[in-house]
Ligand binder design. Structure first.
Ligand SMILES: [Zn+2]
Length: 363
């Protein structure tokens, strides 16, 4: 009887197509019984084939049956930390489940469904939250196959013309940026940071979530711009000595960033009010006159009443560039080529400042 069973099993194994060479033996998920048979010596087969190749996990208050193949996709480090590798250990019975923490049972079920659907997992049929949840858990459990599935998904989500980041809230930005960092996808990372900064300046997203996330993850460029936008929001409070951290969102160190930025940017603008930006000569014959009238008009516009705060130096520089470009006195008294160079100096100074904002906040 046992011999007949073995022959049947052998024929069954012969009919099975060999796994594709380019796919590692652990992945994609293979039928559990076949996976189990391949790992055991033939002498064990009769005794063990009836045993379901599952493990029991507990997530929150739910006991969930999980194919062993899902654990096989995890890195060895994660399997060891979960106590999976011991044959008699965690998860082999409902009484001794593997405890999974750091996510909800619903989120884990999304991962489980993704595992069961792969390689037919289609992002077009999934919600954004669904894709990000699967990505986060796959990264957390170091499931290489699903992480590699995530990579092009994230690429499309971030770089597509109709990216959800055009309207998404801060939480989606945090989740996507975290995934981009884990995947070391620098093109995606840079694009998310740039989009986030733009929406901060457009007033579409609040600066505090960006500030906290950037500070926690050492993203200086995002942090400095979030500090800048927050500073512009609260500068009136600082001017009157009021509390800028009423709801306690900022740590004392982060509050110091804002206060340092306030003093530094006020000083910067004060210097700019007194001293016009210098520019190269275009080789005109009356360049002394160009310089003289430029300095005069600069001071006039820099000291004119303005609704923009003094600490918002980036906006003040944009205002200066626009005003001086339209100024009829400059048109009359300055060589056009020198005027173009002078306006170019403002733009350059503004761009340099935007890249080096972190100095103002002592980051
Ligand atoms: Zn000139």
């Amino acid at each position: 009887m046992a011999m007949a069973y073995k022959q049947k099993l052998r024929r069954s194994k012969q009919r099975k197509a060999p796994p594709p060479k380019e796919i590692p033996p652990l992945c994609p998920p293979t039928p559990q019984r076949a996976s189990f048979v391949e790992q055991k010596k033939s002498v064990d087969l009769v005794d063990r084939t009836d045993r379901p190749a599952i493990r029991f996990v507990r997530v929150e208050d739910r006991l969930i049956k999980v194919p062993e193949g899902l654990f096989a996709q995890m890195s060895g480090r994660i399997r060891d930390s979960l106590g999976f590798t011991s044959a008699t250990g965690g998860g082999s019975t409902p009484e001794r489940p593997i405890f999974l923490r750091g996510h909800t049972s619903d989120q884990f079920e999304q991962l489980l469904r993704a595992y069961n659907s792969y390689p037919s997992l289609d992002m077009r049929t999934m919600t954004l939250d669904n894709i990000l949840t699967i990505g986060e858990l796959a990264v957390g459990y170091e499931m290489r196959i699903l992480v590699e599935w995530l990579r092009p998904c994230l690429h499309i989500l971030v770089l597509d013309h109709n990216t959800p980041l055009r309207t998404a809230g801060s939480r989606v930005y945090q989740r996507m940026l975290w995934l981009a960092m884990c995947l070391r996808s620098w093109k995606i990372y840079t694009s998310i940071v740039d989009k986030w900064i733009s929406r901060l300046y457009w007033g579409q997203l609040p600066p505090i979530p960006a500030l906290l996330f950037a500070d926690a993850h050492g993203i200086a460029h995002l942090l400095s711009h979030a500090c800048y936008v927050y500073l512009v929001d609260v500068q009136k409070l600082l001017t009157t000595g009021k509390n800028i951290n009423e709801n306690g969102a900022l740590s004392p160190r982060q509050e110091m960033y804002i206060k340092s930025g306030y003093l530094s940017l006020k000083t910067t603008w004060s210097k700019l009010q007194r001293n016009a930006l210098e520019f190269r000569s275009s080789g005109c014959v009356l360049h002394a006159q160009c310089v003289s009238v430029w300095r005069q008009r600069w001071k006039a516009f820099a000291n004119a009443p303005c609704s923009t705060s003094d600490v918002d130096v980036l906006k003040r520089l944009s205002f200066m560039e626009d005003s001086l470009r339209e100024d009829v006195v400059l048109d009359r008294c300055m060589a056009p080529s020198c005027k173009a160079l002078a306006l170019g100096a403002i733009k350059r100074r503004r761009n340099e400042m935007a890249l080096e904002l972190h100095h103002h906040f002592d980051l």
